[in-house]
Design a protein around this ligand. Structure first.
Ligand SMILES: Cc1ncc(COP(=O)(O)O)c(C=O)c1O
Length: 410
């Protein structure tokens, strides 16, 4: 008889994984994966060899002799990059290197959130952030979004209503630059307005900027933290989207009042040291060139997906072409429930993110879906979107073929 752990486990755990990983489906349009051919393998390999020869001895210590905030040269690179690309001046002491920006989200949630607390976020928002907050018992309140990002009138009215009820939200979580999933970029005017509104209600902002380096259309506005002079904005970024998620390296930028408070709670013994050393050396010389080449590849794949959607779904798939990033946020007609579609499509080799998992209020995501175009090849994008359209048509009559509809089942 195998040992039965069930009566010992903590209550309310998430559903257990049904089986060990057995490979990706044929068409994998979910997750924030990157373009495999764009990984600079040769250069990274040479750098890994040389940093190991030069500084490998430091791996004998936790923190590789640079302390709990991360490898010094990497923090120097991050500070330089933020000043140059996001107009954000910060010192290396205001930077904490984390194990992916997901760890940054966990650290900040851990600092602020108790069950019953309120957090404000964009109404459609990164599933990993919303699910984390909800698991902690947070009341997440969604703010309407349009092509210019979070709508300030709605934010103002939400904060006013909450104040009347005596509720002060713990923070406003926002992805202002290439928003996940909408792809919108919050305008400079709205960034200033957001700061003004948040400050007037004494609510901090948690700015997640992990896609900001992948903007291919237009200039990015300065980071919200760059526009703030009160220290009320906590900022996080990542190398997952600009270089590779497999490195698991992200960062938090905040005043010492936050970094100093986070440090004792980051109890993992330090973020992977070799990754930090390799990234620092690579990024210092090659970041700009790499990111501009990667963005061109992503823009091309995005267009391939947009063309495939148009060809296969016609007017049934509504979307705005994103200005950067790795995904398209799509609305299908009302009769398609994308959560059911996702289950059926997965059985037939097509993985998609159903909209309900990418919004604060699941009802509002019922007919939406997110498709990532960074990791599949262009042929996979074309063939996978075609297969998705065939499945969707078979199950719901959407997209219509030559005016011939079948009865919707989903
Ligand atoms: C908005 C946003 N924040 C954070 C993350 C986490 O990224 P990582 O932990 O790889 O840095 C993601 C990943 O997709 C994301 O979309």
């Amino acid at each position: 008889m195998p040992f039965d752990f069930r009566s010992l486990l903590r209550p309310n755990l998430p559903a257990a994984s049904p089986a060990p990983f057995s490979g990706y489906p044929e068409f994998y349009f979910v997750g924030g994966n990157n373009d495999a051919d764009s990984i600079p393998r040769k250069k990274l390999g040479e750098i890994a060899k040389s940093v190991l020869e030069r500084e490998g001895g430091s791996l004998a210590s936790y923190g590789i002799g640079h302390g709990p905030q991360g490898y010094g040269p990497l923090r120097t690179f991050i500070a330089d990059k933020l000043e140059k690309r996001a107009g954000l001046k910060c010192s290396v002491d205001e930077i904490l290197v984390t194990s992916g920006s997901l760890q940054a989200l966990d650290l900040i949630n851990n600092l602020f959130i108790e069950p019953g607390d309120t957090v404000i976020a964009e109404a459609a928002c990164y599933g990993g952030a919303v699910s984390r907050l909800k698991k902690l018992g947070t009341n997440v309140v969604g703010v309407d979004l349009d092509e210019d990002g979070m709508c300030m009138d709605h934010l103002r009215s939400i904060l006013g209503d909450l104040k009347q009820k005596g509720i002060r939200p713990k923070f406003i979580y926002t992805i202002p630059t290439v928003q996940n999933p909408s792809g919108s970029v919050l305008t400079l005017e709205r960034r200033k307005e957001l700061l003004e509104i948040a400050n007037s209600y004494a609510v901090p902002i948690f700015e997640d900027d992990c896609y900001a380096d992948l903007l291919w259309d237009g200039e990015r506005p300065p980071a919200i933290r760059a526009l703030d002079n009160t220290g009320s904005v906590i900022y996080c970024g990542s190398f997952s989207k600009s270089i590779a998620p497999g490195f698991r390296v992200g960062y938090l930028v905040a005043d010492w009042s936050i970094i100093g408070q986070v440090l004792p709670t980051k109890t993992d013994g330090g973020t992977g040291a070799l990754e930090q050393m390799v990234l620092a050396e690579y990024a210092t010389t090659d970041f700009d060139q790499h990111v501009s080449e990667l963005s061109a590849v992503l823009k091309d794949k995005c267009q391939t997906m947009a063309d495939a959607l148009e060809e296969q779904f016609g007017t049934a798939a509504e979307f705005t072409l994103p200005k950067g990033g790795i995904f398209i946020w799509i609305t299908l007609p009302d009769q398609v429930d994308t959560s059911l579609l996702a289950q059926i499509a997965l059985r037939e080799g097509v993985a998609i993110n159903p909209g309900a998992e990418w919004v604060v209020n699941p009802e509002t995501g019922k007919h939406r879906l997110r498709l990532c175009f960074a990791s599949p090849s262009k042929d996979q994008i074309r063939d996978g979107v075609k297969r998705l359209a065939e499945i969707c048509h078979r199950e719901t009559g959407i997209p219509m073929r030559g005016g011939n509809t079948t009865r919707a089942k989903l």
